[in-house]
Design a protein around this ligand. Structure first.
Ligand SMILES: C=CC1=C(C)c2cc3[nH]c(cc4nc(cc5[nH]c(cc1n2)c(C)c5CCC(=O)O)C(CCC(=O)O)=C4C)c(C)c3C=C
Ligand code: FE2
Length: 560
């Protein structure tokens, strides 16, 4: 079943929270630990082990029967790895012991503000993430002050974007609906009693709260599933970092003897995902009239961008985006070649389908170079080449949120229409698409029978532990120095560098509680103090001048 998200008063780890207006409680409230300690009269490790064994002895026989039934109905070899010899599988480890298999699925996502007053603290949490703003070790102590300044600068612009879609992000409700759908699909596949948890990185329900729920429910096999189809250090990597820290801090709870876990790091090339995306696109292309399809239809995959330096540092994101765009495009061509709804009238074969595919990257933040081509530039290029029929596909998101509903539907649509693209369409995000949800459930079932991939293995395998790209900070700072001062109108295409009108008023007025909030004067003063402090601390090697420059620049009205 699906575990309802904790209320916004739930405890969280190191985050700012507009409900409490202060840094929230220390990591991982010890409720569960206390409860177990009380129950067993010993420490947490002993208590959980003991209770697990008792439970195991009492119910092992029944559990084996029910799971053997599942195994045979899926022709599944629970105890044996499919791909590599004797490597253990989560099912073998949890179910093969004398314990009942208590399966949990942890869905990881980014999260989003629910109300206008959540926007600034949400942004603070995001910018305070070392996987989003990657600083060299020497200046990592400045992460939070930098986050506070950036959040305060960006909040007004973000808040008005969220206001245009109703004041908050729908990402949590969509993710909850996906969790519910996956749980019921797992039920249908015979894994009844599986619990699906939602853990968000920057807003409620936080990942830390989800882990507490996993612990409270005494889950002993956990499949960790980041909802990002393509792996990026900045998204899945960041969520895995939180898990890795907690798993390392409390091995008595999270060690494989107590909870067997495995990670599905990405699913960009899974046939189920690819087919679900291709069907949505083919359906959208089919909405054009036969005459329009005769003119040709341009399909533009728009992926969330990342700074180029991430790719240089080994982020697999770009390669995975390109690979899945190729697979999805081929599938759409295949559907059309079979006379599918998007086929060019009077023709047959993929080449004659009249559909051409393109890829671009959206949502750029700040002055450094991100993956190119940028979506707004690509739209202009297509329009210049005579495109009239454009289908935009949000390819790196599996649910609707601000980047689809505001950035694509409003900003990019305006760019396209002003450039002469008359017939605009946007493919919906997968949300609770039945084929997608079923594939997610299949992914869980398959993960149980494959050798485990631990959080730390997934982390290392995807280069999350590599140092920041050479010269990243220097480039970022150069860019910031070079940015125009405030006062200009924001560029039509929105979040593309430069100073926005909203950025001129640094005071967001939103609840928050992140440092740096308050009147412009107060913040300027804080920036001056920080600038002096950082200048003093690093004057000797020149880094201080860079950091001091950053604060001076931001307090003068340059937004990130
Ligand atoms: C594949 C998905 C995403 C990648 C990669 C990613 C990288 C990334 N994002 C920022 C900065 C911001 N992201 C924001 C919101 C946001 N981003 C994603 C997805 C990816 N981000 C989602 C799902 C959301 C939440 C949307 C919602 O509905 O709330 C924001 C806040 C919104 C805004 O002000 O634009 C920022 C800022 C960086 C810097 C980055 C890579 C380093
Ligand atoms: Fe983002």
């Amino acid at each position: 079943w699906f575990v309802a998200p904790p209320t916004s008063a739930a405890s969280s780890h190191r985050h700012f929270d507009s409900t409490t207006s202060r840094a929230s409680s220390p990591p991982f409230s010890s409720t569960a630990q206390r409860r177990r300690r009380n129950a067993a009269g010993g420490d947490a490790a002993d208590a959980s082990t003991t209770s697990g064994n008792i439970r195991g002895r009492r119910r092992a026989a029944a559990a084996r029967t029910s799971h053997r039934m599942v195994a045979s109905s899926r022709n599944w070899e629970w105890g044996r790895a499919k791909s590599s010899g004797d490597a253990p599988t989560p099912a073998a480890q949890a179910f093969g012991s004398d314990q009942e298999l208590k399966l949990g699925v942890l869905l990881l996502n980014l999260g989003g503000p629910e109300r206008p007053e959540d926007v600034q603290p949400f942004l603070f949490n995001l910018f305070a993430d070392p996987d989003i703003i990657r600083l060299p070790k020497l200046v990592q102590w400045l992460q939070n002050p930098i986050a506070a300044v950036l959040a305060a600068r960006r909040a007004p612009q973000s808040k008005s974007a969220y206001e245009s879609i109703g004041g908050g992000s729908p990402i949590v409700s969509w993710t909850n609906a996906q969790a519910k759908g996956i749980a019921s699909q797992l039920e249908a596949k015979g894994l009844s009693g599986t619990k699906c948890y939602v853990g968000m990185r920057y807003w409620h329900p936080f990942t830390e709260a989800a882990l507490e729920a996993v612990e409270d429910d005494e889950i002993n096999a956990l499949v960790i599933l980041p909802l990002y189809p393509q792996f990026s250090i900045s998204t899945s990597g960041s969520s895995l970092r939180i898990l890795n820290e907690e798993f390392t801090r409390r091995p008595e709870q999270w060690g494989h003897k107590n909870v067997v876990h495995t990670v599905v790091p990405s699913y960009h090339d899974r046939p189920g995902y690819v087919n679900a995306m291709a069907s949505l696109i083919a359906r959208e292309v089919a909405e054009y009239t036969p005459e329009q399809r005769m003119q040709g239809v341009q399909v533009l995959f728009s992926a969330h961008g990342v700074p180029k330096s991430y790719i240089d540092a080994g982020d697999p994101y770009k390669a995975q985006i390109e690979s899945c765009v190729k697979l999805i495009s081929e599938k759409v061509d295949g559907i059309n070649a079979e006379g599918g709804p998007g086929a060019k009238p009077g023709s047959s074969g993929a080449a004659a389908g009249g559909v051409t595919y393109h890829l671009s990257y959206q949502s750029r933040v700040g002055p450094v170079e991100w993956l190119q081509p940028y979506t707004d530039a690509k739209i202009h290029e297509l329009a210049d080449n005579g495109c009239k029929n454009l289908v935009v596909v949000p390819v790196s998101f599996v649910s609707e949120h601000i980047e689809t509903l505001e950035e694509i539907d409003m900003e990019y649509r305006e760019v396209a229409e002003e450039a002469g693209i008359t017939n605009w369409r946007r493919v919906p995000a997968l949300n609770t698409d039945p084929a997608f949800i079923e594939d997610m459930a299949d992914m869980v079932v398959e993960a149980l029978a494959l050798p485990t991939l631990t959080v730390s293995e997934a982390f290392t395998r995807n280069n999350c532990d590599r140092k920041e790209a050479e010269g990243f900070l220097e480039k970022a700072l150069d860019g910031m120095y070079g940015m125009p001062k405030t006062g200009g109108k924001p560029p039509k295409s929105g979040k593309v560098g430069g100073a926005g009108a909203a950025g001129a008023n640094a005071s967001s007025g939103g609840g928050g509680g992140a440092d740096g909030e308050g009147s412009g004067d107060k913040r300027k003063e804080a920036a001056r103090v920080l600038s002096t402090l950082s200048g003093a601390a690093f004057a000797a090697d020149g880094v201080g001048r860079e950091i001091a420059g950053l604060f001076t620049a931001t307090s003068d009205g340059i937004f990130f």
